[in-house]
Design a protein around this ligand. Sequence first.
Ligand SMILES: [Ca+2]
Ligand SMILES: [Ca+2]
Ligand SMILES: [Ca+2]
Ligand SMILES: [Ca+2]
Length: 283
Amino acid sequence: MYRFCTTVLGVVALVSTGQVTAWQPSVKGATETRDGPASDRKTQVGVPGGGESSRPGKRWPEVHPSRVLVRFRPGVTRAAREDAHNGARSLRTIREFRAVRGLTLVEVPDGKVGQTIEAYRKNPGVLYAEPDYTVCVDAIPNDPDFGILWGLRNTGQLINGDPGTPGADIRATDAWNLWTGDPNFKIAVIDTGVDYNHPDLAANIWTNPGEIPDNDVDDDGNGWIDDVHGYDFRNNDADPLDDNRHGSHVAGTIGGVANNGVGVAGVNWQCNIVALKFLCATG
Ligand SMILES: [Ca+2]
Ligand SMILES: [Ca+2]
Ligand SMILES: [Ca+2]
Ligand SMILES: [Ca+2]
């Protein structure tokens, strides 16, 4: 079985597929940002995902619908803080954190998180104000070789006996909390071809729905005969099967089937890889 390593192409794949744009609205507080009054929606611009509610498939981080975290600048007096709370129409102070000086958790009217944050942010004594997010465990796929993919998640693990640098990665697990790919996204791998039969790739390989294989006819009329999974421009045939492994390696980084208990995890757990071969067997 091939072992795919992470490369910068993985980052390219994330960018090329717009990985931060797709979510399902499954969260507390989402009602306010998606369906609330216009004034409230506007205030969500400063919230991750705010102001982009029209994008299809968007998923919102989980936000408590009646709590806000506000941190005051050093030196702001107790009286000034109370004025700020009153000005923002907070209902009460739930907690003042000792570990983070000036940080306070307040209760706000249900569904008024965005409006309250905007009011706090206008106060010069406020360092920042933000929703009370629910923090989730990172999405970790169950693929047995995920642990060696230091480019996706670097915990300082040993690779060939050498320790890595924790955090020197593309924050893939953070991204996967938001989005893990889309089976409708077509990503062309222009390389030495792709092993479209590979057990960790096959489910993410594009199949041309308008093309009947091996009948020597360009059924979909796109100019290429029998282009079922892509095309081999190096040898001028319809079979882009990899004869070098490099293209499959790249494909695995971009879209190795993830969380299937097999091999690696690609940056995109689901996608449609189009194999376009232009390099020969020796690269
Ligand atoms: Ca065709
Ligand atoms: Ca055909
Ligand atoms: Ca071929
Ligand atoms: Ca896998």
